[in-house]
Write a protein of this length. Structure first.
Length: 115
């Protein structure tokens, strides 16, 4: 698992970041999970839109550009929704609903994925 940090605010955000590296993992996303804990999230590279079909819980989506700057924050996306495409986004981080606000993630923040 990786760690997600906010470089702009010099703050550690998530300690249990999963990275969807393969096409299979990118396609599956959070499908089949029952919930995300407060320290869990999923980063999907090469992605500027998502869906929540067949999910059982809401999520927050943070869309990042190629430099990992926040382009958009979409809170509380419920099941069976489409989100995006977000122009200029190259990846998305999926968090538990409400977590983006708790962590004070804002448009323009530069995030970093580390070991």
């Amino acid at each position: 698992m990786a760690v997600l940090e906010n470089k702009t605010k010099k703050q550690q955000l998530i300690t249990g970041l999963r990275v969807a590296r393969s096409e299979w993992a990118r396609g599956k996303g959070l499908l089949g999970t029952k919930t995300l804990g407060p320290e869990e999230a999923l980063w999907i590279p090469r992605c500027n839109c998502i869906h929540t079909f067949f999910m059982n819980y809401p999520i927050d989506c943070v869309f990042l550009d190629k430099n990992h700057r926040v382009k958009a924050v979409r809170p509380g996306i419920g099941p069976y929704r489409l989100v995006g495409p977000v122009w200029g986004a190259r990846s998305v981080i999926e968090l538990p609903a409400g977590r983006a606000e708790e962590l004070k993630i804002e448009i323009g923040d530069e995030l970093h994925v580390g070991a």
